[in-house]
Unconditional design. Structure first.
Length: 265
């Protein structure tokens, strides 16, 4: 199983959409070259949650679909509007064929459980009791199938003060559910606009870089909020016999991708 993990394209609409849309299209093209089984984009799909922005996203996804076989699965972030997202993509493979921003998808030898951590009107996230009950039931129903969870807000601090101030408010409750189910091999998140890795509830939590702009790596307190035109990238999660059944995560550059140089044997 190869799962490409993108995040935070922040697509606007109108004339300003050109740069972020092109960046997302380039990242999707990189996943096509990797021949992945699926792509998940962990939130902040658009910048203001308007129908016009989701129309831009649909255009990018439709165009990318001409050159890739893998479904592109969408998770909601704090810049998204769940109702507008469902109105644009409900009933399509982008939301697992359903009409909810919480859904499960079967992958080759694994399951992806997509959660909605967005709380309208605030930067911090929360899953809530209903979603956690759903997650516990889904995991309990498939105890022998490796599971990956996808949500926007990371469940651990990332060491960047301005980002840690708007994290996942009920991360402790999520940790209880994850710790009960040892088949969870990764928790995939976004929000940070950088690649991070941390231990979480007996598994590993990661955040993917943005396909558009990266957050400033300011680790001082209180820190400053800012974004940079650093190279974008994506994560590739691999789970198969080549890794001995372990989930291995590869960091993959996008714009800075280099040509392959053969190595003499």
């Amino acid at each position: 199983m190869l799962l490409a993990h993108l995040s935070d394209p922040h697509l606007p609409s109108g004339a300003l959409a050109a740069g972020p849309a092109r960046a997302l299209h380039t990242a999707l093209g990189r996943t096509a070259a990797l021949d992945v089984d699926a792509v998940v984009v962990t939130g902040d799909l658009v910048d203001r949650g308007t129908p016009q922005e989701y129309a831009v996203l649909r255009e990018v996804l439709d165009d990318a679909a001409r050159s890739m076989r893998a479904p592109v699965l969408l998770a909601a972030g704090n810049h998204d509007d769940a109702d507008a997202l469902v109105a644009a993509f409900g009933g399509t493979p982008h939301l697992g064929g359903g009409a909810s921003t919480r859904y499960a998808v079967d992958l080759p030898g694994a399951r992806l459980l997509v959660l909605d951590s967005a709380v309208r009107g605030q930067g911090a996230g929360r899953l809530g009791a209903e979603q956690l009950t759903w997650l516990r039931a889904e995991l309990a129903a498939h105890p022998d199938t490796p599971a990956l969870l996808a949500l926007h807000h990371p469940p651990t601090p990332v060491g960047v003060p301005f980002l840690d101030g708007m994290g996942l408010e009920d991360a402790g409750a999520l940790a209880v559910v994850v710790a009960e189910h040892r088949q969870v091999v990764r928790v995939l998140a976004g929000h940070v606009h950088r690649s991070t890795t941390a231990a979480f509830a007996g598994t590993v939590a990661v955040t993917a870089p943005s396909t558009w702009r990266q957050s400033a790596l300011d680790l001082t307190v209180p820190g400053r909020m800012g974004y940079l035109d650093e190279p974008s990238g994506l994560l590739l999660h691999q789970l198969d016999e080549r890794t001995g059944g372990l989930c291995v995560t590869h960091a993959v550059p996008v714009e800075a991708a280099a040509p392959l140089f053969p190595v003499p044997r």
